[in-house]
Design a protein around this ligand. Structure first.
Ligand code: NAP
Length: 289
């Protein structure tokens, strides 16, 4: 039997995977992951499950009962899923969020691949050496926490965080203060920090579809030649990135982070290298189509 759209031959040995979230029907993970299974010849199929708050524990019981091998977790369940897992990896525990579950014979283990996915993408696509760099992170939500955790292991010289609600930036800086030279600044001091930065990262949702005319900062604050990076991938090139490019900056969009968080999840589940180029091709075609 062939499942339309996935192209797999489903049989009695097919291994199940999926993503949970609310909402979930917009997710590009099923097309990306089913392409990865096709590409590698793995007899797996990946579906999207619309799980509402209050049903997360039931879902975890279903994963154990049905032997679903791997699950991705997206908004709003990255925190509440943690209480129903058997073990949380040290990185996910430090970040305080799980986006990937591995079912190891009924034992559910939680990982976070968002931050490492972002850093792999940044290093491959924009700046291979992060050691000694001055980095500005705009925003202090869940995604900012994951990428800060991963950035710190690259030994940057200094990190500045700024956020609309300054107290969230202050909290985040305090959480990582023992590992890196890090400070939280108000929006008033953001301009000066950007002028000195080698890399400026937008982790807020400012500029995301449908508000594509919005931008988190004035691109005139950026040093020409610096890297402007945006976690948003819809649109692929935000207004922030368009203006930074005109300013002479190197630009880095959010698509690579999405691909590599999925690639790391694939690698945890299967023990095989993920076909990242094919995964990117499929998602890109879907975004442009
Ligand atoms: P979140 O936890 O809800 O945090 C949202 C952040 O955006 C907060 O810092 C918030 O500031 C700020 N913000 C929202 N609206 C704003 C506005 N109008 N003006 C200024 N700041 C504003 O969300 P998240 O999970 O961190 O996600 C943030 C972004 O990253 C989203 O665009 C998401 O699509 C993207 N993302 C991309 C990937 C990928 O794979 N590429 C993965 C994860 C997330 P306050 O604290 O003041 O509210």
């Amino acid at each position: 039997m062939t499942i339309s759209g996935a192209g797999h031959h489903i049989d009695s040995n097919t291994i199940l995977f999926g993503v949970i979230g609310d909402p979930i029907r917009h997710s590009k993970s099923p097309i990306m992951m089913n392409r990865a299974f096709r590409e590698t010849g793995i007899n797996g199929v990946y579906a999207a499950f619309h799980i509402t708050s209050g049903h997360v524990a039931d879902f975890a019981a279903g994963v154990r009962a049905m032997g679903i091998r791997g699950v991705n977790v997206t908004i709003p369940h990255k925190l509440d899923i943690m209480s129903v897992l058997d073990h949380i990896d040290a990185g996910a525990a430090a970040i305080g969020a799980v986006n990937t579950i591995v079912n190891d014979n009924g034992r559910l283990i939680g990982y976070n691949t968002d931050g490492i996915g972002y850093v792999r993408s940044l290093k491959e696509e924009a700046e291979s050496h992060l050691a000694g760099k001055r980095i500005v992170v705009i925003g202090a939500g869940g995604a900012a926490r994951g990428i800060l955790y991963a950035l710190i292991s690259e030994k940057p010289a200094h990190i500045t965080i700024s956020n609309r609600s300054i107290e969230r930036a202050t909290e985040l800086a305090a959480a990582f203060r023992d590992k890196v030279d890090i400070e939280a600044v108000s929006n008033d001091s953001l301009q000066a920090a950007c002028q000195q930065a080698d890399i400026v990262i937008n982790t807020t949702s400012v500029g995301m579809f449908p508000n594509t005319d919005e931008t988190p900062i004035d691109a005139a604050w950026l040093k020409p030649g610096a890297v402007a990076s945006d976690l948003i991938y819809n649109p692929l090139k935000t207004k922030f990135l368009q203006q930074a490019e005109q300013r002479g900056c190197r630009i880095h969009g959010g698509l690579g982070m999405f691909i590599y968080q999925g690639a790391y999840a694939f690698e945890y589940w299967t023990g095989q290298p993920a076909p990242a180029a094919a995964m990117r091709e499929t998602v890109l075609a879907s975004l442009q189509g």
